[in-house]
Design a protein around this ligand. Structure first.
Ligand code: RET
Length: 248
């Protein structure tokens, strides 16, 4: 994670400052994840929660399970940034992006609360999380693609690749939750490996695919106008005074 942060930051220097938005977002994602992994690697950021189902398997034995809440602190910051990366790529209107991010926040927070609850009420939170997840998936798969198509073939291609990759991987997270924090089927070491592989694919690999796809896409095509007066002339006209139109 830390290495990919440095790579993404380094790559941003290959672009003029007004074209670095996706590099900044992507590097921020892996930076936050690096701190979360530093915490988990140091055996911090967890608490013991009484399990709902005690298992006979000695590896998951005992009635207390380690719940790494720091994982959810990471996700509550990084999943909105991942969605921002994706949804800005397809040019969705800002209110739709904000609403989708709100749904995503509810998904992560219900996942955290469910993980910390010891009774079967945890599954109630899980259901709320799944409902909001379907909303996010619908926006990415259907609304996003319609908008990306309107922006051109190269944008549609990049968006589809990153969107399909994301939604496929994101579907595996609730499965991991179900067998770990939820059902207490696999031990926390296996949980760490399961989430660890998913996190690498969903962050550094996703980031690399996205930035590669963006290499020839000007931000202005996505409706993103960033002005940098040091870049030799004003890049865009949106905030300049327009010449007065003559009325005859
Ligand atoms: C939870 C449980 C509640 C229901 C759902 C979940 C989905 C979580 C997801 C997490 C994605 C995390 C990513 C991290 C990147 O490093 C909270 C597990 C639907 C989709 C992409």
């Amino acid at each position: 994670m830390a290495v990919s942060t440095l790579v993404f930051m380094g790559l941003s220097f290959t672009k003029p400052r007004s074209q670095r938005l996706f590099h900044y977002i992507t590097a921020a994602i892996t930076l936050v994840a690096s701190i979360a992994y530093f915490s988990m690697g140091s055996n911090l950021g967890w608490t013991g929660i009484q399990v709902e189902f005690e298992r006979a398997n000695p590896k998951v034995g005992g009635n207390i399970r380690q719940i790494f809440y720091v994982r959810y602190i990471d996700w509550v910051i990084t999943t909105p940034l991942l969605l921002l990366d994706l949804l800005l790529t397809c040019g969705l209107p800002t209110p739709t992006i904000c609403y989708t991010i709100l749904m995503d926040e509810i998904m992560i927070i219900t996942g955290l609360v469910g993980a910390l609850v010891k009774s079967s009420y945890k599954w109630g939170y899980y259901v709320f999380g799944m409902v909001t997840f379907f909303f996010v998936a619908y926006t990415v798969v259907f609304e996003g693609r319609t908008h990306a198509r309107a922006l051109g073939n190269d944008i549609l291609k990049t968006y589809t690749l990153c969107g399909v990759w994301t939604i496929f991987l994101w579907f595996l997270y609730p499965i991991a939750w179900g067998v770990s924090e939820g059902g207490n089927v696999i031990p926390s070491d296996s949980e760490a490996v399961f989430y660890g592989i998913l996190d690498i694919l969903a962050k550094p690999v996703f980031g690399a695919l996205l930035l590669w796809g963006h290499r020839n896409i000007d931000l202005a095509r996505l409706g993103l106008h960033v002005n940098d007066p040091t870049e030799g002339g004003l890049a865009h006209t949106s905030n300049q005074t327009q010449p007065a139109t003559q009325t005859v």
